[in-house]
Design a protein around this ligand. Sequence first.
Ligand code: PGA
Length: 251
Amino acid sequence: MKKLFAANWKMHKTTFEARQTAAELAGLVSGKLKADREVMILPTFTALAPVAEALRGAASFLVGAQNFYPQKQGAFTGEISPGMLLDVGASFALTGHSERRHVLGETDAMVGLKTAFGLESGLGIILCVGEKLEERKADELESVLERQIRAGLRDVAVDVDPQRLVLAYEPVWAIGTGLVAGAKEILEAHAFVRRMLVEIFGLSASQMRILYGGSVKPDNASEIIALDNVDGVLVGGASLKADEFSRIVLA
Ligand code: PGA
């Protein structure tokens, strides 16, 4: 199982900037990336094709999208389908990111529809889950994760290819705040996510990757990545500059 280093660029970068950053990153990492690691860039929709083009031929680099709508095509103004993402070189997409849940109002049910539809359409999916600070304080970590995981995976086939289903634990209070979860908190949450995956998928759950996300930086990446049940990281702010993200990827 390769460790996955995913760069969530959110709503940043023009096509020119995205292409430039992707090419710079590939150059910095080329020949130095450990064999058991892969890197994924998740730019905005408009930059997907330019980034895929910039990374053509770069070994161990993947392109992913940040969102899609769970229909093949049709009268859904402003939306984009998994097939359209595959067409421009994306092989993965996020579902359930906390900004989509809490800023854009996406429900657990919608996250479930998207996750199953994306997988059936041929995309790999990174399903994000995580608790808000008030939920953690109210001792609701496990109940929130359980609810989000069960709803998110409700319609996913039990024999899904484990390489194409990735979970990301991102405590909402650690995203973009500079507050990183401690080792104990990460270990507990990831062990809980793994137990849920085993319950749902049985043996193949051991081959599914669980990423940590929330204020990952060059100076904390190696410690986080070495923890049990941490199979990679999902990075926002610190992924925007090629030099900074390359230090995470090579940590
Ligand atoms: P951050 O974002 O690294 O800026 O905290 C992580 C994410 O939102 O995926």
